[in-house]
Design a protein around this ligand. Sequence first.
Ligand SMILES: [Zn+2]
Length: 159
Amino acid sequence: MKLKVVDNGKGKAVYTKEFIKNGSKVVEYGAKYHCTMYDALGTNYSLQIGMNEFVDINERTLGSFINHSCNPNLMMRYPKDKMDFKGYYFIAARDIEAGEELTYDYNTTEYDSEVWGCGFKCLCGSENCIGNFRGFKFLNGTQRNQISHLLAPYLRRLL
Ligand SMILES: [Zn+2]
């Protein structure tokens, strides 16, 4: 799959040069090892994989440049076996046209990003933009239901 990292003025972002069909595997997250919340503090490149479990990378990967959007075109796919680091990858959540930025909704994997000081003002510009990204914990019932089909398994259980 032909992807490229571009600085689009808001920071680095990943774009696709070709059409991607709904459900296709797009890119690996690039996880290298498991870590606790304490270990993951101080990095922006960890991914939550359970209520108290995380995986981290020790260098930037293509997957780590994928930005948040409240109207994303990707979702995270989790492996059945948590030790299968290649099993953490993004799949297309809908058909994606050539030239589109690849995005996923960080609220579909991260429960509480305030605890890390990793909340931020969202610049996605979509109609349903929640304004500030802070984590799933801070979404209201309507917002949670809107992303239910994209949620990581440990967050879906909270619906
Ligand atoms: Zn937004």
